[in-house]
Design a protein around this ligand. Structure first.
Ligand code: GLN
Length: 547
C-alpha cells in the first residue's frame, strides 16, 4: 500500500505547487523509492482537452490517450514516470462518473449528495494503483478556500482517516509577501491560509513557503508556532534561475527530510542526486548559444507551448548550449515576405496548432527553411504545413491545403493533401469518428507505433526503426500524394505499422528538415532529452558555427 502525500496551496495561485510536487517526487526517487504523481483539479471541464491553451496552458497527452493538465508534464519530466489517464481527475470527471452511476441505478435509489457520493468517488480515484508504488503524491489544484475545491479537501481529509495512522502527509504551499517599506516578510497570510485548512479538518505536516527574500530564523519559528508545525517542517522555496534546480534546492532546504520525518521513516536511504547535479551543470555552464525561432499562433502565452519549450532546453543541455527561443507570430507574414522575420535564426520550429489563422505564415516559414537549408522541425500542424508547402511549391499542386481550414470556413477552397481522418487502427482494433462527434476526446490521441525507413535520417537519429510516440490531432497527410512528393525528395520516412498514416516526412537533400505528426516534446526529460530535439539543436549549433 502506498503512502500518500497531499499537496495543497494557499494565499495566492501560481505558487509552483506542480513544480514542488514534481521535485519532491524526484527527491523520493533519488532515495530509491517508487512514486506516482496525480493531479486533482476543481474545474468542471471533464478534462482540459477542450480548454483554450490561452487560458489553461498546454494540454498534456498521456500514453493512454488522456488530455490532461500541464502539471502532469512537469511530473513526467522530473520523475520519468509515464502519467496515466487516472492521474488527472477533475470535478467534471468526478461528477460525470457519479451521474453515470446514478443513471445506471448503481446507488439503489439513494439521494445522491456531495458527501458521501462525490467524496467517495474522489477517494476511489485516489485509490487507483496504490499497490504499485511506495509514494503517491496528489496535488490539489486551486487554493484552499475556493468553493469548488471543497469536495476534494473533504475527500482527502476522509481518506487520511480511512488509512492507518501515519500513512498520509499534508504539505501546504504558501507565500510570504515582502513589505519593502518595513523591510519585513509577512507571515499573516500563511497563518490565515493554514487556519482555513484547519477549519476543514486538515492539519498540514509540512509548510513550503515561497519567498523572494531569505526567511529569518525568527520568522520560521513564528510560522511554526502559529501554524502548528515543527520548525524543521517550515521549508523555504526561493526563486530559481531554472526549474530544474528545484530538486537540489528543495533538498538543500530539507523538504524530502521533512516529509520522511512526517512519515516517521527513520531509515531512508541517502539520496543519489548525481542526475540533478549533472542537469544543473549543463544548464549553468553552457558553452554556446543558439537562437531558434518558434513560429506559432499562441505566442502570447508561453505556457501554451510548455513541453516543447522544455524539450528545446533539454536539447540544449544535451549539446551544452543555451537555447534562446524567440516566439514569432506567424500571422505577421501571412501576407508578406517571411524572410525579414526569419533571417538570423539558427533553426526554425513550427509547433502544433489548430485552425487556419496564421497557417499561410507557417507555410512560408517551411518554404524559407527548405530553400535556405536552415534546420526545420515541424510538429503535428508544423508537419502538415511542410507537406502543404512541398505540394504547392515543389509538386505543383497549387491549391494544396488542409481539410481543417475548409471545414472551419464552411467552403471548399483547397485540394486536401491533409484530410480529416475518420477511421484508424489502434493496437488491434478500429477507431471510428464522425465529423459531428463531441469535441472532447475525439482526436487520434495517445501513443501509437511507427515504422521508420531503414537508412533514413530519422532512423539514424532514433537509432531504431520501431518507435512509439504520442499523438493529438484530427487530420492526416494523405498518402495519395506520397509518390508525387517522394519523387521530388520529400521522403515519408515514418509510417503507421499498417502503412496507411504518414508519421514522419523529411527532405532527403536538406541538412535537417523533419516533420512529425506526433508530439515528441511530450516524452523529453532533462536527464533524457528526446533524440529529435537533441539532434535538432545539434543541427542549429552547426548553423551557428557557420555564421
Ligand atoms: N490541427 C491539426 C490536426 O488536428 C494539428 C493538431 C496539432 O498540431 N496538435 O490534425
Amino acid at each position: 500500500m502506498a503512502r500518500y502525500i497531499f499537496i495543497t496551496g494557499g494565499v495566492v495561485s501560481s505558487l509552483g505547487k506542480g513544480l514542488a510536487s514534481a521535485a519532491l517526487g524526484a527527491l523520493l526517487q533519488a532515495r530509491g523509492y517508487s512514486v506516482r504523481l496525480r493531479k486533482l483539479d476543481p474545474y468542471l471541464n471533464v478534462d482540459p482537452g477542450t480548454m483554450s491553451p490561452f487560458e489553461h496552458g498546454e494540454v498534456f497527452v498521456t500514453d493512454d490517450g488522456a488530455e490532461t493538465d500541464l502539471d502532469l508534464g512537469h511530473y513526467e519530466r522530473f520523475t520519468g514516470v509515464a502519467a496515466r489517464k487516472t492521474d488527472s481527475v477533475s470535478s467534471g470527471r468526478v461528477y460525470s462518473t457519479v451521474l453515470e452511476k446514478e443513471r445506471r441505478g448503481d446507488y439503489l435509489g439513494k439521494t445522491i449528495q456531495v458527501v458521501p457520493h462525490v467524496t467517495n468517488q474522489i477517494k476511489e480515484f485516489l485509490d487507483i494503483g496504490d499497490d504499485e508504488v511506495d509514494f503517491m503524491l496528489c496535488e490539489i489544484g486551486g487554493t484552499v478556500g475556493d468553493i469548488e475545491g471543497l469536495p476534494f479537501f473533504e475527500a482527502i481529509r476522509q481518506f487520511s482517516h480511512d488509512r492507518p495512522r501515519g500513512e498520509c502527509v499534508f504539505m501546504h504551499l504558501t507565500l510570504l509577501p515582502y513589505l519593502a517599506a518595513s523591510g519585513e516578510l509577512k507571515t499573516k497570510p500563511t497563518q490565515h491560509s493554514v487556519k482555513e485548512l484547519q477549519s476543514i479538518g486538515i492539519a498540514p505536516d509540512v509548510l513550503v513557503c515561497r519567498s523572494e527574500h531569505p526567511i529569518p530564523e525568527k520568522e520560521r519559528e513564528k510560522i511554526a508556532l502559529f501554524c502548528n508545525v515543527r520548525k524543521e517542517c517550515v521549508v523555504a522555496a526561493y526563486d530559481l534561475k531554472s526549474i530544474y534546480e528545484a530538486p537540489l534546492a528543495y533538498h538543500r532546504q530539507g523538504l524530502d527530510q521533512a516529509v520522511l520525518d512526517a512519515f516517521q521513516i527513520a531509515s531512508a536511504p541517502k539520496p543519489d542526486l548525481a542526475r540533478w547535479h549533472d542537469v544543473y551543470d549543463r544548464i549553468h555552464n553552457p558553452e554556446g548559444e543558439v537562437k531558434i525561432a518558434v513560429v506559432g499562433k499562441y505566442v502570447q502565452l508561453e505556457d501554451a507551448y510548455k513541453s516543447f519549450k522544455e524539450a528545446l532546453t533539454h536539447g540544449g543541455m544535451h549539446n551544452r548550449v543555451k537555447v534562446k527561443v524567440e516566439w514569432v507570430d506567424a500571422e505577421i507574414f501571412d501576407r508578406e515576405d517571411a524572410a525579414p522575420h526569419l533571417e538570423g535564426y539558427h533553426a526554425i520550429l513550427v509547433p502544433g496548432g489548430f485552425g487556419e489563422r496564421g497557417t499561410e505564415g507557417k507555410i512560408k516559414a517551411a518554404q524559407f527553411a527548405r530553400e535556405r537549408k536552415i534546420p526545420y522541425f515541424g510538429i503535428c500542424l508544423g508537419m502538415q504545413m511542410a507537406v502543404i508547402e512541398a505540394a504547392r511549391n515543389v509538386a505543383g499542386i497549387k491549391s494544396a491545403g488542409s481539410e481543417e481550414f475548409d471545414h472551419e470556413a464552411g467552403e471548399k477552397r483547397f485540394e486536401p493533401v491533409v484530410y480529416h481522418l475518420k477511421e484508424w487502427v489502434q493496437g488491434n482494433h478500429m477507431v471510428a469518428r464522425k465529423s459531428d462527434d463531441d469535441k472532447g476526446g475525439t482526436m487520434r490521441l495517445g501513443a501509437y507505433d511507427a515504422t521508420l525507413t531503414e537508412g533514413s535520417k530519422v532512423a539514424e537519429i532514433y537509432g531504431a526503426t520501431a518507435i512509439e510516440e504520442r499523438h493529438r490531432h484530427r487530420y492526416e497527410v494523405d498518402t495519395k500524394y506520397r509518390d508525387q512528393l517522394e519523387s521530388r525528395g520529400m521522403l515519408f520516412s515514418g509510417m503507421s505499422p499498417d502503412g496507411k498514416l504518414p508519421e514522419i516526412v523529411e527532405w532527403s537533400d536538406h541538412p535537417w528538415f523533419i516533420g512529425v505528426q506526433f508530439h515528441p516534446e511530450l516524452k523529453s526529460k532533462p536527464f533524457a532529452p528526446h533524440p529529435l530535439f537533441a539532434d535538432f539543436v545539434r543541427a542549429a549549433v552547426e548553423v551557428s558555427r557557420l555564421v
